[in-house]
Write a protein that binds this ligand. Structure first.
Ligand SMILES: *Cc1c(COP(=O)(O)O)cnc(C)c1O
Length: 430
């Protein structure tokens, strides 16, 4: 049958991301998808999989969303992509003005790239370069343990999720790390931050963190108080602060951007993932006029920020991002999400009846719990496979099960997800 052929052809020539390909021999199926609609992916037998993780946290308003599709088609008829140095276009001007309108007034410039990791590279380089332009010799970056900022060398260097970073340690930048906060447990992290800032006074270009939730770090959720106090400490010490909102931006934590809940504004804000509703790669680093002005000088002073990517500012991706902002506005998404989030959280309480379900937690539209007492066993993988059979796409992080669904789930779908989990979990005993 067609699906089997596609599967064999795929495995004959493709090396998938974040995958031990050997797992496809027996542990994990490879599923060719024929089409997708709304919150569902459909395979070649028309079996539906409810996308509970927004296809790696990118899809906000469903697959093949009619409104976004129409906006991309419209854009495709006039301009697909052009060089973004020396030339510009309306979709990106509209997008930048709209983003800045939604952000704190400190932000005044948008620098584009084409994926989350690239945005992190841009922010790190800009922070270092800005310090250098001020005559400072700051070559260190400070980050949190358990952090994830992407997979390129710079981004990996400020990350700390062992399975991704460990083997590359010899080729990574040396970075300073402090204990990650967890829940209200923030004092030790703040103490370590103070100590680092004192010990490495004048050496640290920037502190980078994922505000509120370390997503790839097993959905570690923590208090906005840490973000607030840590940002104050850094900014008082003359250390730039970079917020990586690649995963938590665009409504994930309940507010449009996570920093809004923390009463502070970083020097650099990195956005990607949800920015195009899961359609096309795009990312942006937003920063202040103060930073921008450091680089602004006659050509022969050699102060320009010369970073570039071939697909920077892709017009189709920008049209798509504008469509996403339209939907946030016209469908009152943040308010609707509040109701949806409450419903999911309420129904999740039933999971507490299993003693091995621990640390049930949520922020806005991110929900997670840990399976404890199964050390060394791939119980998350077992949940993944059993959920697939029930038509649910989950993709646990180790033994942390999480939901990061698109914002269009119905009450019925929420019930189905939780009923399925209630049926799957008891089968894990032993
Ligand atoms: C996914 C992610 C990145 C990297 O984005 P890519 O587009 O996958 O390169 C960076 N930071 C965070 C917090 C992420 O979740």
């Amino acid at each position: 049958m067609e699906s089997q052929t596609l599967k064999e052809l795929d495995l004959s020539c493709i090396w998938h991301p974040c995958t031990q390909m050997h797992d496809h021999e027996a542990n994990i199926p490879l599923i060719p998808i024929k089409h997708a609609q709304g919150a569902y992916l459909y395979d070649f037998e028309e079996k539906a999989y409810l996308d509970c993780i927004s296809s790696w946290w990118v899809n906000l308003f469903g697959h093949c969303n009619p409104y976004i599709n129409a906006k991309i088609k419209e854009q495709l008829e006039s301009l697909e992509h052009i060089i973004f140095a020396g030339f510009t276009h309306k979709p990106i001007i509209d997008l930048s003005r709209r983003l800045l309108g939604l952000l704190d007034s400190k932000f005044s410039k948008c620098f584009y790239a084409d994926n989350g990791s690239s945005a992190i590279e841009v922010a790190l380089k800009m922070a270092f370069h800005a310090s250098a332009l001020k005559g400072e010799k700051k070559s260190k970056f400070l980050c949190l343990e358990n952090a994830y900022h992407g997979e390129t060398i710079g981004a990996l260097s400020v990350g700390d999720v062992g399975i991704y970073t460990e083997v590359y340690t010899p080729i990574l930048l040396q970075t300073l790390k402090i204990k990650a906060p967890s829940g209200e447990d923030i004092e030790e992290s703040l103490a370590q931050l103070k100590q680092m800032l004192a010990q490495h006074k004048g050496e640290i270009a920037a502190f980078i963190l994922e505000p509120l939730v370390q997503c790839a770090g097993n959905m570690n959720m923590y208090s906005p108080r840490f973000v607030q106090e840590a940002t104050h400490l850094c900014q008082e010490a003359g250390v730039y602060v970079i917020f990586d909102e690649v995963a938590v931006g665009f409504g994930r934590t309940g507010s449009l951007f996570a920093y809004e809940q923390c009463n502070v504004v970083p020097d650099f804000l990195c956005l990607s993932k949800g920015i195009t509703g899961g359609y096309l790669p795009l990312s942006v680093v937003v920063t202040s006029d103060a930073i921008y002005q450091l680089f602004y000088a006659p050509y022969y002073e050699h102060k320009a920020f010369l970073h570039s990517h071939s697909y920077t500012g892709n017009a189709l991706a920008c049209a798509c991002a504008n469509a996403v902002l339209d939907i946030f506005e016209k469908d009152d998404i943040l308010n609707k999400n509040r109701i949806l989030s409450d419903t999911i959280w309420e129904q999740m309480q039933n999971l507490k009846s299993f003693d091995f379900v621990q640390n049930l937690r949520y922020y806005g539209m991110i929900f997670a719990f840990d399976l404890v007492g199964f050390e060394g066993k791939r119980k998350g993988l077992e949940v993944f496979n059993k959920a697939l059979k029930k038509g649910l796409l989950l993709r646990p992080l180790g033994n942390t099960i999480y939901l990061m669904p698109p914002y269009i789930l119905t009450q019925e779908e929420v019930r189905y997800i939780l009923q399925s989990l209630m049926a799957i979990l008891p089968t894990l005993r032993g």
